[in-house]
Design a protein around this ligand. Sequence first.
Ligand code: NAP
Ligand code: ZN
Ligand code: ZN
Length: 331
Amino acid sequence: MRTTVERRDVGPRDVLIEIRYAGICHSDIHTVRGEWGPIAYPQTVGHEIVGAVTEVGAEVTRHAVGDRVGVGCMVNSCRDCANCQAGQEQYCLAGNTGTYTAVDRDGTITQGGYSTHIVVDQDFVLRVPESIPYEQAAPLLCAGITTYSPLSHWKAGPGTNVAVVGLGGLGHMAVKIAAAMGAEVTVLSQTLGKKEDGLAFGAKHYYATGDPATFEKLANTFDLIINTVSAPVDMGAYLSLLRLDGTLVAVGAPPEALPVQVFSLFGNRRSFAGSSIGGIAETQEMLDFCAEHGIASEVEVIDGDAVNEAYERVLKSDVRFRFVIDIDSIR
Ligand code: NAP
Ligand code: ZN
Ligand code: ZN
């Protein structure tokens, strides 16, 4: 539904961005449907935002009018706590300010990117490399960084065996990034329906999790598993696929608990971990990495009036591989 949201005036350290494209992340769906808890409406979501700078505040040094820029999942943090000081603003101990549904410094509720403009502090605005088309860059601001960060932290690279569970928005970026890092990548998808795509993105192997034989065949195989699934799945079954000292990282965020039997961690000294988006410097590093390796998101561009239909398709795992809204269609 179309509505009008107010943005704050451009402050001395703010950047006004004319949004060109906004990706649809499954988190937008969890959020607007209240799956992660109640929210205040009206609420505009969207945290995969790209566009051009149209105005800058007097003290802005990092961006200039005309620059191609992006905004991801957060628009501020305290900057002072140990985690902010370490460049891990996503883990700000005072809570980072989410791009949507968060209380902004002026007391208003932040509103996301399914909109024509946004005002953001310069420090939370990323540079989008020239070589990446806007629409393919948008999903990097969440799906890209959310998968790059754990792949980088747990050192995916030559000689490591990485599995990606779920080939949706996050999953397809995980495959491309892990392959570009030099890892041997396996996709674990519900069916073999997207096998050709997965192999084209750089995966070496592709298995259907609907087939119980997959779990027997791949037991004790992976150094790192990135679980991007938006619904609860059997963690024990996936943990059994880790080899010695392997780690299963949860990035998918179903509202339900994911129970784990400790015995599934004892074998092979396995770890079960989680990871949330990435820091601002790391997000820039990811954008530059994608440009350098010639990778970006596979997108289906839609008009603003097709968002509800796109949500239904995401819920049916019928997305190849990210819906991106052409914001000109709502201008
Ligand atoms: P998506 O495009 O819908 O992808 C999720 C994929 O999971 C689907 O394409 C499907 O892949 C698989 N899947 C869905 N339902 C399943 C089920 N019942 N059983 C098994 N597999 C299933 O979603 P997304 O945008 O990539 O987001 C994925 C999750 O990550 C969401 O929960 C989102 O909120 C979360 N997220 C977390 C962070 C973070 O910072 N940690 C950031 C962004 C998003 P196949 O068809 O290949 O099986
Ligand atoms: Zn997201
Ligand atoms: Zn902080």
